[in-house]
Design a protein around this ligand. Sequence first.
Ligand code: SF4
Length: 348
Amino acid sequence: MEIEFGLEDLAKYPFLKEAGDYIKCLSLSIDDLKQEDYQRVLERAKHRVIEAIQKNFISTEIEEPNLEILSFPLALIIVKAIGIDYFMHRYSLAESLRAEKLLEKEKKIIISNIFKSAFNVNTIIIEHDFFDFKMSLIDYLLRATHFHKPEWKLVNRVVEKGFVYVKTHELIRLMREEIRKIIYERMKSLSLPKIPENIKEIIDEISKALPSLPSKELQKTTPEMFPPCVMHVLDLLQKGQNVPHYGRFLLTSYLLGIGKSIDEVINIYPKAPDFSERLTRYQVEHIAGIRGGRKRYKTPSCRTLITHGLCFKDETLCDKIKNPIQFGRKPVIFKKKKIDEHNSDDYG
Ligand code: SF4
């Protein structure tokens, strides 16, 4: 059943097309935001960005629906104007986490309609002791392949007549990743308008309060240059989530393989909850062949990464790739003295 979203819904989920349509009907331009009447919209947009960038979080409280709806596109402009891709990723993630938190409290009919409106995916509400929705096998697989925990594997799911059964929080988890992607893409493709002085001041203020980036080297490298499997591990690190042992091995061996120094690789890790510089240095140097058997480990093959549930293949970008090191670049040729290399399958 299709429903019409109300202002409260659009305030909670301002990335929806319906929220954009609502703003269009108001015929507002960015210059209108110079007026005193819109001061609170500016404040909310600024708060949105600061929370997202500094804490990976955006508050879910809604004082006035219009403040939420109008501050969202302005926040996208501010983050885009800051001009650092890493913060666009961080902002998109924080918005998707906010949406996830709000969706967890929604009725099934709203969740189903948001999935349909934002991603054109049909979900069917069911009355069942364990499950709340069913979705087509293809729609499920297109999304669940990004998750590597065993419960997402098709063999561990209830599948019947081409439908996969899911619980509410599972459907929301699938949506979160999609929300993150559409917000990031929207920012990425945004053409910046001429920004009024009062908004420039906010951008300057936020720019001065930015947290440090993972490493200077990575600031120069756009994440699109990394294969999806490596991006997934970087994403977990940036969210402060724990990264599986083999995921760390993939990231380290990959970065060393494309020519990053040991210190550059170590600098990526401090966001992990269990970070210890001494242990990280030991592991990185071990993989680089400076410690232990003095043999460098190669980046694991795509086939090995599939068995570890760490492959997030992009059909276009990963076409004909057998090893992540081949992704979008020629393999690095090491000019130093020949180093013995371990096969990554030996790494445990
Ligand atoms: S196909 Fe290879 S490069 Fe692409 S995500 Fe999978 S493991 Fe990574």
